[in-house]
Design a protein around this ligand. Sequence first.
Ligand SMILES: [Zn+2]
Length: 423
Amino acid sequence: MAAALYRAMLVHSLDRHSVEWYADGALLVERGRILAYGDYATISQDFPGVPTMDWRDSIIIPGLVDIHAHVAQLSGVGSDRADLLDWLEQVIYPLERCCADDDVAASIADAFFQRALAAGTTTIAAFAPPFESATERCFEVADELGIRAVMGMTLMDMNAPAYLVADSNKLIAATERLATRWHNHRRLHYCITPRFAGSCSFTLLRRCGELASATGLPIQTHLAESRAELELIANLFPESSDYTDVYQRAGLLTDKTILAHCIHLSTTELERLSTASPAIAHCPASNTYLQSGIMPLVEYLDRWNLRVGLGTDIGAGYHASILDEARTAREHAKLRRMSQQTLRVPSHAEAFYLATLGGAIALSLGDEVGNFLPGKAADFVRIRRAPYRTITTTDDALAYVLYAASDSIYATMIEGIPVWQKP
Ligand SMILES: [Zn+2]
């Protein structure tokens, strides 16, 4: 593919606090990679003669990164229950059973990934259904649509209906086959996916840890989402000092592990997380939906220096937009501040970072995507600007993107190719 120059307002993160904004900017893309970015005047002079796409009515942001969602749960959106454990048993487990039919799994996967692309998500970490052939179909669909996905078959060997569990030997063998086929296949990555300690025996968890250590594959699971869950884990693993200890003893706390929620953690658990450096998937919409709690985001960033990204957590989360999650993360921090004035609210720059570069770093893909540094994949989103909106500063641009633009996504591009465009 020849080079193309996209002329538009540009905004992207360099780190958690630094954002670059170009009112009349340009993004130069060649063969799916970013060659240069900056002021239009400079870039067009440095690279004369490149065909220019005039997108001056739009803002370009890096592709959004969703670091936690469940493919099979899309059809259960909106069916909440009193808490996480009731919801799993009454709503989610019966629904995941439907994905034993490969065609059902494929059609749900198609809707799931299309929804993500329409929301500007170019990279997503997802739990595939708890069946090997359905997981195959999910990878095939993701591959066809061109989305960047980190995904794995959801593993359970106990404490769930018989139709969803299997013997740990079989689950590990299936994981190995799927990983051989899909890990690093084009834009796809395989992720070892034990659901959570509540539905995995210690044998299964330990074997997942051993496989991760032998292969270097990433791991995704859930940690400390609800208080009832903490009680369940304490009863199931009395030999462990706490929930985090279960994963640590199983070899699952690595710098390639994604832990969803992490709401109810003790200081000693946070100390261990801070050392082991897993990524935390913050899913604020899901957390209030299931009345699980509000994750102390600012403490995790400021005191514990944890790597945090954002997740929609479909289907406890009810929408596909990471911009909405970024906004909700700020709003939840405000709710906490109302009762504890010493707390601060994350800046627009931090919320935007979590939705883009922070998420990419959480998935160990920070060298590949997340911002516009030359050499990275040209994954970006075109957002149409409302004509009545005046944007004259970096913060204006961020405020608009975070609070007023999730319904103005016009095109989603991956490696310079449109993978979704507004009909
Ligand atoms: Zn989840």
